[in-house]
Ligand binder design. Structure first.
Ligand code: SAM
Length: 416
């Protein structure tokens, strides 16, 4: 099998390899940065979803295909999970993160049935992994079997939302060629992602729900860097397996680098469900009920069914989708963690519903928004006005008095 990015003497054959073999080999320079570009954009959404499901102290979590470990580390260090197992075929980027609460496990997900010692979990999370594995449907069932009663399986994968009015642009041709190439070489199925909710139901999970986030593809963002890097890396495959013209790829790459870039890029579909039954820690397997944390609290278990109280993103504080670490996009600047909502006027400050800045009114969830103040009536109400008309002699002045002056001079209706 010809390596993906080393000159390609031969066209890649359909089904020629797997993720990390035929494409996106982990040892390629810059592969970790490429994964990080996407993580920077999607981590805030993932964290928010996991928090709303209640992840926190007391939870045991499995991060499948953990990549560079951004979510595994967050679960262990910020969400406060008791134990996080970060599983990947290639754990070279995860090893430095290992600690008392973060265990790194090298394994092939497709052979997870051979790993009985892994145990069971309150959360199993897989992001941008299952879409690349042809046996995804069977894997959903196997991952669901790893859940404790009440535990959550959360799956996130890419979802493309093409513009029907733009079937021929270089950008669209390149995206289509990419999905074709991924399907032919490693078995990626972008269409199957939409059926994640059905796969979760078929695996016996309850409270199944799904959502789609499409962060903007605009100049200079991490998302743009991710796609630009992905396409450059896939160039030989896109031209051979994807049948893309070199000129179209060059034009698409130039578009990504241009100031005029404005696209609804591929987004992330997240589907989740929980294993029926009650957490063993809260009263025994199969006794009904669901374990969950409070909405937004992300820590304590309250016994509230999360399926009924999840806070939709539309009502949540704003999420920074730029993936930039600092105002100038520099990764080196110290900034609050990306999961923390920011004040819309001062991105360096955390957002709070009590924030007094004028734009915060729009950042607040609708139920917290201040009602607009209605202007006070200056003229008397109609009933008083008609009474005044009856009791007042007509004005001798030919100039019409302004309603304000009229009301101030005749403000007090005669008492009867
Ligand atoms: C696109 S990256 C996503 C990384 C991470 N989940 C994230 O969202 O940032 C896919 C990851 O899945 C891992 N992976 C792919 N196939 C795998 C398999 N069969 N078993 C275990 N890990 C696998 C890759 O090594 C890589 O780290």
């Amino acid at each position: 099998m010809a390596p993906a990015s080393e000159g390609h003497p031969e066209p890649p054959r359909p089904g020629a390899g797997r993720y990390g073999e035929a494409l996106f080999r982990p040892e390629q320079p810059g592969e970790g940065d490429r994964i990080d570009h996407a993580a920077l954009v999607y981590d805030p959404f993932t964290r928010q979803r996991l928090r709303s499901l209640g992840v926190g102290p007391g939870w045991r979590c499995l991060e499948v295909g953990a990549g560079t470990g951004t979510i595994a580390r967050w679960l262990a260090e910020e969400a406060g999970a008791d134990e996080v197992v970060a599983l990947d075929r290639d754990t070279s980027r995860l090893e430095p993160l290992a600690g008392p609460r973060l265990r790194v496990h090298t394994a092939d997900l497709t052979r997870i049935a051979d790993e009985p010692d892994l145990g069971t979990f309150d959360l199993v999370h897989a992001r941008f992994v299952l879409m690349h594995l042809p046996e995804r449907r069977a894997l959903v069932s196997r991952l669901a079997e790893r859940l404790n009663p009440g535990g959550f399986l959360v799956l996130s994968d890419a979802a493309d939302v093409p513009d029907p009015a733009d079937p021929h642009s270089a950008y669209r041709q390149t995206l289509n060629a990419m999905w074709r190439t991924l399907a032919q070489t490693i078995g990626t199925d972008i269409a199957a992602v939409r059926s994640h909710p059905h796969a979760l139901r078929a695996a016996g999970l309850s409270g199944v729900a799904a959502e789609l986030v499409c962060p903007p593809l605009t100049p200079g963002t991490s998302l743009t860097a991710f796609w630009s890097e992905t396409w450059r890396r896939m160039r030989p495959d896109l031209l051979i397996a994807g049948g893309l013209e070199p000129a179209a790829l060059d034009e698409a790459l130039a578009y990504l680098d241009s100031a005029g870039l404005a696209e609804l890029g591929p987004g992330m579909l997240t589907a989740w469900g929980h294993r029926p039954g009650r957490s063993a820690r809260r009263g025994g397997v199969g006794s009904g009920g669901v374990r969950s944390g409070g909405v937004g609290s992300g820590s304590r278990r309250t016994g509230v069914d999360p399926a009924t109280v999840q806070r939709p993103f539309a009502q949540a504080p704003p999420v920074d989708t730029s993936g930039r670490s600092g105002e100038d996009g520099s990764k080196d600047r110290p900034v609050p963690p990306t999961g923390v909502p920011r004040c819309p006027s001062r991105p360096d400050a955390p957002w709070s519903p009590r924030c007094s800045c004028p734009r915060s009114r729009w950042a607040a969830p609708w139920w917290r928004r201040r009602r607009p103040v209605r202007p006070r009536r200056r003229s008397p109400p109609p009933a008083v006005r008609s009474l005044l008309r009856r009791t007042e002699p007509p004005s001798p002045s030919p100039v019409r008095a302004s309603p304000h002056r009229a009301s101030s001079t005749t403000a007090s209706p005669p008492r009867t």
